[in-house]
Design a protein around this ligand. Sequence first.
Ligand code: ATP
Ligand code: MG
Length: 276
Amino acid sequence: MTTTMQETAPPALRATSIDVSDLDIYYGDFKAVEGVTLTIAARSVTALIGPSGCGKSTFLRSLNRMHEVVPGARVHGKIVIDGRDLYDADVDPVEVRRQVGMVFQRPNPFPTMSIFENVLAGVRLNARKVSKSDAHDIVERSLRGANLWTEVKDRLGKPGASLSGGQQQRLCIARAIAVQPRVLLMDEPCSALDPISTGKIEDLMIELKDEFSIVIVTHNMQQAARVSDRTAFLMVELDADEDNRWGRLVEYDETEKIFTNPRDKRTEDYVSGKVG
Ligand SMILES: Nc1ncnc2c1ncn2[C@@H]1O[C@H](COP(=O)(O)OP(=O)(O)OP(=O)(O)O)[C@@H](O)[C@H]1O
Ligand SMILES: [Mg+2]
């Protein structure tokens, strides 16, 4: 995964596509997701939509090897970035998680840690020694990148918990981008936020896609339509005797196509609000 070239490449070149093929995702014996094949494009926003339980979060977590932290959880198939399978035996999952960052549904800053140190938390975890001036540069760059700088620059020493929910989520985005990942995964990042904060995060996603490949899970169809370039629709399938169920990719296409002229009737029913 790591080469010095990627480290020193300009930001726009760090963004990368992800090739997923024949991916099955298990929790122990339970197959939660079956047979996903798709390519996530670089420098774009890809939305994952579908009814609850179809495996959106599970799929998202498989993209940075967070899935396997659940005991018994595993995948079959391939997820390739830059010619390397993330699941190859010699790939370090910690390094994968540095390259493929994640933002969660509920903002989760360290509450008593200062805003400044929250931004640096991931950087420090990666065990690089950070000089004072580098630390300040990273904090300012990341907070500017997350559109939070002007709101917090005069209170960087205050605890993370002193921010509003929307600000906390942007702080978490700042923390995620501080380590300069190549891909940013976001699992329903706005579901705990008011419409104004949601709008700010949506604007931010559109700005950040110049630099990162972004994958977002959302239940908000308008949001998927507003921010994403491509949309993947997943659904739960049942086998004939309805004993087994698993999530499957039904359709993946340009967002515009998914929302105006999908190929599959099930996609049309879902995006038009008839089911789900
Ligand atoms: N830790 C776990 N152990 C076992 N099964 C799990 C675990 N997490 C999720 N599952 C199962 O995997 C399937 C997919 O769950 P997942 O959370 O990925 O769905 P989702 O599409 O993100 O749903 P939602 O929209 O409600 O967030 C479900 O059947 C769920 O019960
Ligand atoms: Mg989920």
